[in-house]
Design a binder for this molecule. Structure first.
Ligand code: ZN
Length: 249
């Protein structure tokens, strides 16, 4: 092959790479709330290729969640650690991919190879970034259905939509109690319940976001994180009472 032919062959690729780089740079400099980098810790046992994908997932999570939650910016990003299997010394359920620790604003992602195999690494990191953003928004505790529903919906996490072995919750209280009780357990039955309740929590969040948009929804969350009672915040932001939400279960 002649060198010039080789150069011609390579040129379009280089050009498109340069173009992609330019577009990415423009996009990053244009979006004002884009978070830059989180501190990332890759634990031993995670391969080089997996580590690269972990870093990409964190960058993507910072960008996406920085746009949704404007208060999540470069200086307030969580630290993220990646583990090849379960996080040592914790009792985290084996089916849980990520954990957020508000005490030191840290995310632990476990079972990296499994998450990658299942195509769940990116959404798992983003899910935990939602928890991190909410923790920064205020110290009041959100109802679990809202906290988890928001994390699932905003991370575009895929859920098992086919399992119908569990009777869904009929009231908000039942949903909240179910998420709490089964979230403490590591049994298979608990997992089946959680899957059903997670779908319901996501459905309520989806309905709220469809009603008035994403910015309205994060404003509502912020009000709650500042300590406003659910009934009051729901009334002022959505003209709804908590009982009305059962319609979306
Ligand atoms: Zn969660």
């Amino acid at each position: 092959m002649q060198p010039s032919a080789f150069a011609d062959f390579r040129l379009p690729g280089r050009r498109s790479f340069a173009l992609r780089l330019l577009v990415a740079t423009l996009f990053l400099s244009w979006a004002p709330t884009v978070a830059s980098t989180s501190a990332i810790i890759i634990e031993q046992g995670v391969s080089g290729t997996e580590a690269e994908l972990c870093r990409t997932a964190v960058t993507l999570a910072g960008t996406r969640m920085g746009q949704i939650f404007p208060w999540l910016h470069a200086r307030s990003l969580p630290r993220v650690r990646f583990f090849p299997s379960g996080v040592p010394g914790t009792a985290a359920s084996p089916w849980v991919g990520g954990l957020y620790h508000a005490s030191d604003h840290r995310i632990d992602i476990q079972h990296v190879p499994v998450l990658l195999r299942q195509g769940r690494l990116e959404s798992t990191v983003q899910h935990e970034f939602v928890h991190a953003a909410l923790a920064l928004a205020g110290s009041a505790r959100l109802p679990l259905w809202l906290e988890e529903g928001a994390a699932i919906y905003l991370s575009s996490q895929s859920l098992d939509e086919t399992d119908t072995s569990v009777q869904p919750a009929r009231t908000l209280r039942e949903l909240e109690n179910g998420l709490y009780t089964f979230g403490q357990s590591r049994t298979h039955v608990a997992w089946l319940h959680l899957k059903a309740y997670n779908r319901q929590a996501r459905a309520i969040v989806a309905a709220l976001i469809e009603r008035n948009g994403l910015e309205h929804f994060t404003g509502f969350l912020r009000t709650l994180k500042n300590g406003t009672h659910l009934a009051q915040a729901l009334g002022s932001w959505y003209s709804l009472a908590p009982g009305d939400l059962a319609a979306w279960l």
